[in-house]
Design a binder for this molecule. Structure first.
Ligand SMILES: *Cc1c(COP(=O)(O)O)cnc(C)c1O
Length: 412
């Protein structure tokens, strides 16, 4: 095995056109906030069907911006599924909220309607249900949570929904044929059942910008607030200004240098250079999403052929995922297997990378110190069996064959 034979669990695809796009941006006048930020936002809005897209420097900032746009702060509670990346909980917490971790389906890792109900009841008992401002729903591995059902529950409790769609760009949340849908496709990020949706453009995600993130929303007021807050909370819009004495000259003209701080914010801007890469990558999204679907299907078919159909990723009955991860479910303990040894053997003997997504967030030291030690059986079970196999558009069918063969040899 040579180094180039190694198959990581995920990787970006950078072509010559991506490189040319970045080089052109470097030769342009604006390196940071320029015309390519707007163009990238338009491409994302078009791809998702959202009315507005606001780009920023990474997915974590996007989550934080969404929390701030919802006015989440100290005294508020946000519900977050424990099966996610750390940032889904850290971001609203840094905005001031306490987190109530919800459980997830033990097979898919997705927050179910009953998990949201249970988390709301927990919040009502330990704090006050009134304090629950939002639930951040995660579309794990590319599959979407049951948004219409979650929305019905959230509405009853006056709770906003934010979708962490970092895994799900390019997929459909519902198809026209799904039961309970109204005959229309719903694209991930169109925010049909949510206030906002979050995306990341980290290299391992389906579209790469190096670092990058975005919020999509159907609400113009949220979009305006997101734009304000990604740029320090400083406004150059006269409509936002209160201090007319400083804003306007003695002659009644708006002072050309004037801006006003209307909220305290960070610099979460994304440079034009990276948006050039994002725009170029977005052109390939449909093709790559289809390739991810085919590869995922190929994995399922070959696992079946290898006599391992029971470890294939669990499917929900709705939607059409543009799979971000291929997460098989191996009951390691029951089979007398040690997950670390399986991963090491896959790597050293077969050149196959793998990863675990994720350690349940409620088990992390920071949260344990804050909220104590407790079990969430669905999340704990999902974690105990999860293993992500290589999945990215440049993977070949032969690669998938090689991975399944290696896995079958390693765990049989
Ligand atoms: C990647 C990711 C994030 C964070 O995005 P960054 O761009 O790395 O900050 C948040 N949530 C999920 C589910 C992710 O996969």
């Amino acid at each position: 095995m040579t180094r180039s034979d190694f198959l990581p669990y995920g990787r970006q695809s950078i072509d010559d056109d991506d490189i040319s796009a970045v080089v052109s941006a470097l030769r342009a006048d604006m390196l940071t906030t320029g015309p390519l930020v707007d163009a990238f936002e338009m491409a994302l809005a078009r791809a998702t069907g959202a009315a507005h897209a606001v780009a920023c420097n990474n997915g974590t900032s996007a989550l934080y911006l969404a929390a701030k746009a919802l006015d989440i702060g100290v005294g508020d509670v946000v519900i977050v599924p424990s099966m996610t990346f750390l940032a889904t909980a850290s971001a609203p917490h840094l905005a001031g909220a306490e987190i109530v971790f919800s459980d997830v389906d033990p097979d898919t890792g997705l927050m179910r309607p009953e998990d949201l109900e249970t988390a709301l009841k927990f919040a009502a008992k330990h704090r006050s249900e009134r304090d629950v401002k939002a639930a951040f729903v995660v579309h794990l591995n590319g599959q979407t949570a049951d948004m219409p059902a979650l929305k019905a529950i959230a509405d009853r409790s006056n709770v906003a929904l934010v979708e962490d769609a970092c895994h799900a760009l390019g997929g459909l949340a519902r198809t026209a044929n799904d039961q309970g849908a109204d005959g229309l496709d719903s694209v991930v990020g169109d925010c049909r059942w949510s206030s906002m949706a979050i995306f990341s453009f980290h290299p391992v995600k389906s579209v790469a910008m190096g670092e990058g993130g975005a919020v999509t929303t159907g609400d113009a007021a949220y979009a305006e607030k997101l734009r304000l807050l990604r740029n320090h909370g400083m406004s150059r819009l006269p409509a936002d200004w209160e201090n007319q004495g400083m804003a306007v000259s003695a002659l009644g003209e708006t002072n050309p240098w004037y801006y006003e701080l209307v909220a305290a914010g960070f610099n979460f801007r994304v440079p034009d250079i990276l948006c050039a890469l994002g725009i170029s990558q977005m052109r390939k999204l449909d093709r790559w999403s289809e390739r991810r679907r085919l590869l995922h299907q190929e994995y399922c078919t070959l696992l079946d052929v290898a006599g391992l159909p029971d470890i294939a990723p669990a499917r929900v009955s709705w939607g059409r995922p543009a799979w971000h991860l291929c997460a098989v479910r191996i009951p390691f303990a029951e089979r007398g297997l040690d997950r670390a040894s399986v991963m090491l053997r896959l790597r050293s003997e077969f050149g196959v990378g793998s990863q675990v997504h994720y350690i349940p967030v409620h088990r992390q030291t920071y949260w344990r110190h804050r909220y104590g030690v407790f079990g969430l059986p669905g999340a704990d079970h999902y974690y105990s069996s999860a293993l992500s196999l290589p999945l990215y558009p440049s993977l070949t069918d032969a690669d998938v064959n090689r991975v399944v063969d290696a896995l079958a040899r390693t765990i049989s």
